[in-house]
Design a protein. Structure first.
Lengths: 288, 235
């Protein structure tokens, strides 16, 4: 019984972390149909922002939930203005440019902070399930992932900005005819996606080993989750994270964590072979 | 003149379509432009709205040179386009489509929207329906209403009769006449002779990317004149 609870918590934690690390990428891909290969570095910058803020004496909750998203969001707006805006509609060029950007960010971070692992203590204690000991931070991450999904949904569904975003997503030319400046919407979207990545990086800081190259560990998982989910931001993200998170954790439990990742990637390849447009291209057409 | 177009040229990539179109629209006028497929009607509309860059010539709108403005900026100064194929946001509700008509304004104005909707009784009971679930005719009404929500001074209509059932066609004619009587200027490009004749006070013909001639709406009833101007037979 205890082991079942622990495995269940592992699965929840796997799904939650996939949701968190993929959400920013999904927002940018869903809205703008471009892939930001510097996404892992946005997460890394979020994590570093939290670590640096905490070591400067800032409250960790403030650092994770406010400072990281704001800093990385502003960074995203700068990147969009200086780089991405010239590459709209050119998927491959954008991937190449953002990959180059990721190398620059990794290089610059290494120069400033050195290639050493830093970290921040988890702000929550642990609890025990029978003979097993586990961290309270796991259910906290799950709650944050759910809150983030609800927040994205509510903004898209109930605000004027969300309405305009949905319209631009469907038909940017028509939105422009009605007086919307698509360039402004794309800038805001990229900033929002970056802010979400910053938030995710901040939230993962207490449970991740923080090095300048840590982004590489996340980008592949985030990438397959977003491509597997398809262009529907929320339903694609939720369904793909749920599926891949479940497969990964079960496989890791039955075999080893390394083999769990292998099975995760194999199942992603099979899924994309069967559903080239992702899960939402088949089952949640036209949904958010 | 609310719109003065002088020697306007544009096209797709290196392929020129508009070869120097010149036309004027007076304040409150309903101008029809008649032409075959492939003569440059839609290209003219897209260039006037700014979706295609002008490669030559000028566009003056309400006393301002708008030749190099982006589409959203043209919308801001009072140009409205009801595009070919209607371009309804299929996954937004009818109400949300109308709200998008106000997306360029700093605030939504529900009273103004109600005023617009009152012109389209058929839309009133469809407000919560998905735009994509509407019939072609209903979508056309929605496209007109949505454009009106952006408070245009001049409305460009690109083949609104395409794929519309006749019953709604009459409604569209009546609504457009009401709009004109309220002082709105309109340009209608069409190949439906009856529709363009019922609405326009003046009809220009477009051939091979230039304005080839001018007719009175009465001339449209004379097959010989039409054949001479557009190379088109009135069946």
């Amino acid at each position: 019984m205890d082991i079942a609870i622990i495995v269940g918590l592992d699965i929840i934690s796997g799904i939650a972390s996939l949701l968190l690390i993929s959400a920013g990428l999904a927002v940018i891909f869903g809205m703008m149909k471009i892939i930001n290969l510097a996404h892992g570095e946005f997460l890394m910058l979020g994590a570093y922002t939290t670590v640096l803020s905490v070591s400067a004496g800032v409250n960790i909750w403030l650092a994770m939930l406010v400072i990281s998203p704001v800093v990385v969001g502003l960074f995203g707006v700068i990147v969009e203005r200086c780089l991405i805006q010239f590459l709209y509609g050119r998927l491959v060029d954008t991937m190449l440019a953002t990959w180059g950007l990721s190398l620059v960010i990794v290089g610059a971070t290494t120069m400033i902070f050195g290639n050493t692992i830093v970290g921040v203590a988890s702000p929550l204690g642990g609890f025990s399930v029978g003979q097993y000991q586990t961290s309270l931070y796991t259910p906290f991450l799950a709650v944050m992932a759910i809150l983030l999904m609800v927040l994205i949904w509510a903004v898209m569904r109930f605000t004027r900005a969300g309405l305009i975003a949905r319209a631009v997503m469907q038909n940017p030319e028509m939105a422009a005819t009605l007086g919307v400046n698509p360039a402004k919407v794309y800038m805001a979207t990229f900033g929002a996606g970056a802010a979400i990545s910053g938030l995710a990086g901040g939230l993962l800081a207490p449970v991740a080993g923080i090095v300048p190259t840590m982004g590489a560990a996340y980008i592949a998982k985030a990438f397959i989750t977003v491509v597997g989910g398809g262009t529907s931001i929320l339903w694609g993200l939720i369904s793909a994270s749920g599926l891949f998170g479940f497969i990964n954790q079960i496989a890791a439990f039955l075999t080893t964590p390394v083999f769990g990742e292998v099975i995760l990637f194999i199942s992603a390849v099979i899924l994309i072979r069967l559903l080239p447009l992702g899960i939402s291209g088949k089952f949640f057409k036209g949904r958010l | 003149m609310i719109l003065e177009v002088n020697e306007l040229r544009s096209g797709y990539g290196r392929i020129p379509i508009l070869m120097g179109a010149t036309l004027n629209v007076a304040e409150g006028e309903f101008l029809g432009i008649l032409g075959h497929n492939g003569m440059g009607k839609t290209t003219l509309m897209k260039t006037l709205m700014g979706h295609l860059p002008a490669t030559g010539g000028t566009v003056n709108f309400a006393g301002q040179d708008v030749t190099n403005l982006k589409p959203h900026q043209r919308s801001g100064v009072g140009l409205g386009l009801v595009p070919q194929g209607r371009q309804i946001f299929a996954d937004l509700t009818v109400h949300e489509n109308l709200r998008m008509g106000m997306a360029g304004q700093s605030n939504e104005d529900p009273a103004f929207m109600d005023d617009v909707i009152s012109l389209f009784p058929r839309l009133q009971r469809l407000m919560d329906r998905r735009g994509g679930a509407l019939s072609g005719g209903e979508q056309q009404l929605l496209a007109l209403a949505r454009c009106l929500c952006s408070r245009p001074k001049l409305m460009l209509l690109d083949e609104p009769t395409e794929g519309i059932q006749p019953s709604i066609l009459e409604e569209i004619v009546e609504t457009l006449l009401v709009l004109q009587s309220r002082g709105l200027s309109l340009i209608l490009v069409e190949q439906n002779l009856e529709f363009i004749g019922a609405l326009s006070s003046r009809v220009l013909t477009i051939q091979k990317g230039v304005i080839a001639g001018e007719m009175s709406p009465q001339d449209l009833k004379n097959p010989d004149v039409v054949a001479q101007f557009v190379g088109m037979t009135a069946e």
